[in-house]
Design a protein around this ligand. Structure first.
Ligand code: NAP
Ligand code: GDD
Length: 381
């Protein structure tokens, strides 16, 4: 079996490539030309996969690669995937996240092998926007989303994803293409992009732990004396004005810049990407193409993520370390997501295996370790 992955350099692309290799697939990954390396998530599997240069906004490159590689399966994970950025770059988001999908579907249609290719599209729970269904629970009404919840997208990103979602259904109905969409709720991991809230938090924690317990070049923790001086600073942290601190030079500063976040009350259904790429593959293996919600069925606020993440490094009161910065508010917010993956469970036998607490702790451990072992590329996010 041969699979093409658009978006192989991203979080999901890297896990999906690993999964397909384990299953014996030939994997072809499409990457765009960029001025800095973007292969860090797939460095460890590079000798086992084929990389082809391409961009989903370029219809010719998409069509050529599909003709030349003659894949059995195509997974489209490529997108401008950051919701906040989509408000700042709506046109680019539209071209990549919606237009790119049309390019792939047309390329399949005219490939001469349209009945031999199975296509997966990465749809998103963001498409539900503010909508939810209600169901009676033990103590209160439960708000949730599933495949029947009407869409009400709240951002240029979600609107582009919804257009792509409808295109997939339309090409399935019109041309009989095996095309399915996974309506995936938020999924994170140790490889999550650093501008998404979960990784932004755990990356900050990794840098902070390194600052609190300085290490030498080998990653060994240095004398307690230094740590004590920094602990003293921490005891008095509420008196520090951190407005003008420069993140780039934080290792040389006596203090540490606070973590700047936006809306802490947003609730998300957060799973682990490793579980979710298994769901993608299972959808494509089913005999009929369909759309499925992939989620955990639980929802937590950004505050609850902070509770567990900071507790894991021994801090109960994270409020001392967090500043609300309106820069990270969105013009329109999605307040609440809780997905019911009953259809995926019933039809595909899919179930998540990694709990919310395990997810948070794995991400914190990974960033603490990464910061300890190497001086991170520190940038303000
Ligand atoms: P990600 O880490 O941001 O990866 C996005 C990928 O798309 C990267 O490989 C990126 O390449 C590639 N890409 C961007 N523009 C491209 C273009 N013009 N041509 C070709 N490739 C391009 O996203 P992710 O978290 O892995 O998510 C995978 C997909 O699932 C995305 O479509 C996302 O919108 C969707 N989704 C994600 C979640 C979630 O919670 N993670 C939930 C629902 C849906 P570079 O490395 O060159 O930037
Ligand atoms: N990024 C970010 N940065 N989000 C913040 C911050 C911050 O400093 N502070 C609070 N938040 C809030 C956002 O307002 C949002 O309500 C929530 O944290 C989650 O934000 P993100 O992690 O950026 O993810 P998202 O839910 O907007 O989008 C992700 O999930 C979608 C599926 O529901 C992305 O992966 C999308 O690509 C995906 O489709």
């Amino acid at each position: 079996m041969k699979a093409i992955i658009f978006g192989i350099t991203g979080q999901d692309g890297s896990y999906l490539a690993e999964l397909l290799l384990e299953k014996g697939y030939e994997v072809v990954g499409i990457t765009r030309r960029v001025s800095v390396p973007t292969l860090n998530r797939i460095n460890h599997i590079l000798p086992k996969i084929k990389i082809v240069e391409g961009d989903i906004t370029d219809a010719f490159s998409v069509s050529n690669v599909i003709k030349e590689e003659a894949p059995d399966e195509i997974y489209n994970l490529a997108a401008q995937s950051h919701v906040g950025t989509s408000f700042k770059q709506p046109s680019l988001t539209w071209d990549v996240t919606a237009g790119g999908v049309l390019n792939i579907l047309e390329a399949i249609r005219y490939s001469g092998r349209k009945d031999d290719i199975k296509f997966y599209q990465a749809s998103s729970s963001e498409m539900f926007g503010k909508n939810y269904n209600l169901q009676e629970g033990f103590a209160e009404m439960i708000k949730y989303q599933d495949e029947k919840t009407p869409f009400a997208p709240q951002s240029p990103y979600a609107i582009a994803k919804l257009a792509a979602h409808h295109l997939v259904r339309n090409y399935r109905d019109s041309y009989g293409i095996f095309a399915c969409s996974g309506i995936l709720f938020n999924h994170e991991s140790e490889r999550r992009g650093e501008k998404f809230v979960t990784r932004k938090i755990t990356k900050w924690i990794g840098d902070f732990v390194k600052w609190r317990n300085p290490t030498n070049e080998l990653g060994q923790i240095l004398s307690d004396e230094l740590s004590d001086a920094r602990m003293e600073f921490l005891d008095n942290i509420e008196d520090i004005d951190d407005e003008n601190r420069i993140y780039n030079s934080l290792m040389d500063k006596e203090g540490f810049p606070k973590l700047r976040l936006g809306n802490l009350d947003a609730k998300r259904d957060w799973g682990h990407a490793e579980d979710y790429v298994r769901g993608m593959w299972e959808m494509v293996q089913h005999e009929t193409p369909n759309d499925y919600v992939v989620a955990t069925g639980e929802t937590y606020s950004v505050r609850e993520f902070l509770d567990i993440a900071f507790k894991h490094i021994g801090i109960e009161d994270w409020q001392d370390f967090v500043v609300i910065d309106p820069e990270f508010y969105r013009p329109a917010e999605v307040d609440y997501l809780l997905g019911i993956p009953a259809k995926a469970k019933r039809v595909l036998g899919w179930e998540p295996q990694i709990s919310f607490e395990q997810l948070v702790e794995r991400m914190v451990d990974s960033d603490v370790e990464e910061a300890r072992l190497q001086r991170p590329d520190l940038q303000r996010v």
